[in-house]
Design a binder for this molecule. Structure first.
Ligand code: GLA
Length: 394
């Protein structure tokens, strides 16, 4: 985790704003990255997910402009962008700034009066680590626009869910990533010390207690530093396969296939690959329900077993793991983790493990050593607790 404290980042992003634009920002807003505890690739199937917000956040210093222009730069990027709001499209401004411009575009599409903005971004959410740096970026700016334009989209769960939908639209229609809504919902709706049970059919949410520390455990995140890119074809291919399977089965989404009806559904699918994709989704939704029950009952052993089963399903049936993720999860398990799984879109990125608090250092070192032995890029591991959703900081 970055050694920079929130207060330092807020101060620094304000100072950069003043330096770059020659005036003070009207405020600083932030939104968190997330880890999904379980329920992977279920969101675009109308299923269940169980994310927590990370303590790592993306900060946006923002002030309005009266000429309908967006100017945005990031301390993590060499490429500032400028675009008239009327001209925002999948091609303009393009690149990372499309995640910012897309949010303004989507809010305007929904009929909101959105002003031009000057924006400076600074982030401690690791980029490309499967921890939702893009949604943190979208939602930090979404939170700022909501406040500055008086849209009230941070006022309560229903309003926040509407802002999440605008950020999802931005990502799907302007940034061009066909993602499912888990990340933006997590950034806007999670709460401290709890996980968020997210139903991606009704978009209803429920808090679930998530306090490993009082039981002597920690959630250890390992950023494997392996490649992770959602705009490439693999994620879209998984989504297409699920939608095709739903069509064949005559249901709107795979959420409608109950675990008890899985075998009968699989018999109706044409290929082994499609059967394995569907088996992952249906069993994963079932595992979310079981994990929620286990967390409510304080049964961390069971949560750990479900983590392991989820990872095996993603490795073998959904085929979205990779050698680095398998090595990190295997190593954590070998050193006594209750369970370990990749989190996020897959094909690289991060994994999570439930480990005894006093084993965090040993497991971190063992994972580092295992990666060095295989010649992989050095990973980065850090323990996290559940943080808060998007809000105004200053
Ligand atoms: C990425 C996407 C999410 C979700 C996860 C997998 O993080 O952005 O919408 O599909 O992958 O669970």
């Amino acid at each position: 985790m970055s050694s920079r404290e929130p207060a330092q980042v807020i101060e620094s992003v304000r100072a950069h704003f003043a330096e770059r634009y020659g005036r003070e920002p009207e405020g600083v807003w932030s939104a968190p990255g997330r880890v999904n505890l379980i329920g992977e690739h279920t969101d675009y199937n109308g299923g269940l997910c169980l994310p927590i917000a990370l303590p790592h956040r993306t900060y946006a210093a923002v002030a309005t402009r009266d000429d309908g222009v967006l100017r945005v730069c990031s301390l993590q990027s060499e490429a500032p962008a400028e675009v008239a709001l009327d001209d925002v499209s999948p091609e303009r401004p393009g690149g990372w700034a499309s995640y910012v411009a897309g949010v303004l575009w989507a809010l305007r599409r929904e009929g909101h009066d959105v002003p031009g903005l000057d924006v400076v971004i600074d982030s401690v959410v690791p980029v490309g680590a499967g921890l939702s740096s893009s949604a943190a970026l979208e939602c930090s700016v979404g939170a700022a626009v909501s406040d500055l334009a008086g849209l009230g989209l941070l006022d309560g769960a229903d309003a926040r869910a509407r802002l999440a939908q605008a950020c999802i639209r931005a990502e799907n229609e302007i940034a061009g990533a066909p993602t499912g809504g888990l990340d933006q919902s997590a950034a806007l709706l999670c709460d401290e010390a709890t996980a968020l049970l997210l139903d991606c059919r009704s978009w209803q949410t429920e808090p679930v207690p998530f306090d490993l520390a009082s039981a002597g455990y920690a959630l250890l995140v390992t950023d494997t530093r392996a490649h992770h890119e959602l705009v490439d074809g693999q994620y879209a291919a998984r989504r297409d396969a699920c939608e095709e399977a739903a069509r064949i089965l005559g249901v709107d989404t795979l959420r409608e296939v109950p675990a008890s009806g899985l075998d009968a559904a699989l018999d109706r699918l044409p290929t082994d690959e499609m059967r394995r994709r569907v088996r992952h989704v249906v069993t994963e939704i079932d595992r979310v329900e079981r994990a929620v029950a286990a967390l409510r009952a304080g049964d961390l052993d069971e949560v750990g077993r479900l983590f392991d089963a989820s990872h095996a399903s993603m490795r073998d049936d959904y085929e979205i793991s990779c050698d680095e993720l398998d090595l990190a999860t295997d190593t954590a398990r070998r050193l006594g983790a209750l369970g370990a799984r990749m989190t996020g879109g897959g094909f690289g990125g991060s994994c999570i493990a439930i480990v005894r608090t006093d084993a965090v250092d040993d497991i971190t070192q063992a994972v580092d050593a295992a990666f060095a032995e295989r010649g992989f890029t050095a990973p980065s591991s850090f323990a996290v607790t559940a943080g808060s959703s998007a809000h105004r900081d200053a």
